[in-house]
Every structure is written in C-alpha cells, then in structure tokens.
Write a protein that binds this ligand. Structure first.
Ligand SMILES: Nc1ncnc2c1ncn2[C@@H]1O[C@H](COP(=O)(O)OP(=O)(O)OP(=O)(O)O)[C@@H](O)[C@H]1O
Ligand SMILES: [Mg+2]
Length: 228
C-alpha cells in the first residue's frame, strides 16, 4: 500500500482486552475501543490510575494483542500477525519513551542512542546519527556519560534522542515526565513536541497532566477501560 493511501497512523475497531485471572475469572481491562489517529497528529490519553492507559498504549503499538476487535498500524491489520510479524512491522517505524527512562546502565549516552540503529542493521553510520540526535537534545557534552552519571532530566533527553534517532513514524510515550520536577518536565515536553515536528512523527502520549494533554491536537479520556 502506498504512503498516500494510509490515512491513519493507527486505527482500532471495537478493540477489547480481556484476560483470564488465575481463579479462572475473566477480567475486562479495555472494552469497545474504536478510534482513529491521523498521521502526524499529537494525541493525549488521560484517565485515572488503573483505567487502562498503559494497556491501551501497548495494544496501539502492537506490543500486545487485543482479545477481540482489530487494530491497524500504518494501514496494516494486526489481526492475524504473530509476535514476530508484529515486531517486524514495528521495526524502524515506532519509537517509545517511558516514565522510567529504560536506558542501558552499562552503555554511555551515545551508545544507548546507537543501540536501536545497530539492532536495525540498516544504517551506514549509527555513531554519526546518534551524535546528531544527542546534539538535538542539547547533550553533546555528555556523550560518554553512563546513565548513572546523568540527572533524571538528562536521562530522559537521552531516551528522547534514542526514540527519535531513526525518525519513527509513530512515537509512543507513557508518562514521559512522571518522574521529573515541574521545570524539567516543561523542558522535556517542549523537546518532545519539537522532535515530533522535526521528524513529522505521530505522537501518542499517556499523561496524568491535563495541561500537557491540552497541548495535543486530540485528547482521549479513558474511564474504567472505555473511551469517555
Ligand atoms: N497482566 C495483567 N493481569 C491482571 N491485571 C492486569 C494486567 N495488566 C493490567 N491489569 C489491570 O488492568 C487495569 C489497567 O492497567 P493499566 O496499567 O493499563 O492502567 P493505567 O491506566 O496505565 O494506570 P497507571 O496510571 O497507574 O499507570 C488495572 O486494573 C490493572 O491492575
Ligand atoms: Mg500506566
């Protein structure tokens, strides 16, 4: 399918996530989720703790499979894809940022950013790309630092550089400022939107922060596993 024919970055149709608990009781986590996320848009997902935000993000990203309904990622239905096929679809198309930065502690800032490029095995000069990404988040001077030698805000900048280094079509962020103070959060938010625009990515952002959600073009609220 050509790029033009894909109108949505993500589309879900009556998607549900139910699991079977150990005592055989079914538990409904998400129900009847139908939504469209246009390419290049910014989308906030808010809701109370336990409402299903992280579960939804995992489904939208193809990390997890729904128990019913369908989801199309970049125009491709994930209905009949197994885990390996979903991973192949994500490769080079999808980036992630988490609340707890998820950097590799034994790798330097620069090496952390190079890692996804090296895993993709399709880039000529991962080091040069990583250097440029580090520069874009204002951390060139910290290239050789290990994560433990960086502040929380700096670690999240490295995580942002790593997430955007391969210019993902879709960037998923789960509470990316949840572990940071207000001033640092504001900087990270600015950087996140800036990187989204520079890379023309679609941004799907889970947050507790209503002010941050209002900065997004689309705002979905989840209440007890359903879109409000
Ligand atoms: N594997 C699982 N087994 C059992 N229950 C689960 C599982 N995964 C999630 N849940 C439950 O599903 C609900 C939604 O979880 P989820 O992590 O998506 O919430 P959330 O909205 O991201 O919350 P928070 O804001 O606290 O991060 C919660 O009640 C959680 O306990
Ligand atoms: Mg969560």
């Amino acid at each position: 399918m050509s790029e033009k024919e894909i109108s949505y970055a993500i589309e879900t149709i009556n998607m549900a996530k139910k699991i079977q608990l150990k005592n055989n009781q079914p538990l409904s986590i998400l129900d009847d989720i139908t939504l469209q996320i246009p390419q290049g848009s910014s989308v906030a997902i808010t809701g109370a703790s336990g409402s299903g935000k992280t579960t939804l993000l995992g489904l939208l990203a193809g990390l997890d499979a729904p128990s019913s309904g369908d989801i199309k990622l970049l125009g491709q239905s994930m209905l009949n894809l197994d885990e390996d096929q979903r991973a192949a679809l994500r490769l080079g198309q999808v980036g992630f940022v988490f609340q707890s930065f998820h950097l590799m502690n034994n790798l330097s800032a620069l090496e952390n950013i190079m890692l996804p490029l090296e895993l993709e095995q399709m880039h000529k000069d991962p080091r040069a790309m990583a250097k440029e990404a580090l520069e874009q988040v204002g951390l060139s001077e910290r290239a050789g630092h290990l994560p433990t030698q960086l502040s929380g805000g700096e670690q999240q900048r490295v995580a942002l550089a790593r997430a955007f280094v391969n210019k993902p079509k879709i960037l998923f962020a789960d509470e990316p400022t949840g572990n940071l103070d207000q001033a640092t959060s504001n900087e990270i938010e600015k950087l996140l939107f800036q990187l989204q625009q520079n890379n023309k990515s679609t941004l799907v952002l889970v947050t507790h922060d209503e002010a941050l959600a209002e900065q997004c073009q689309i705002h979905h609220r989840i209440v007890a596993g359903k879109l409000a």
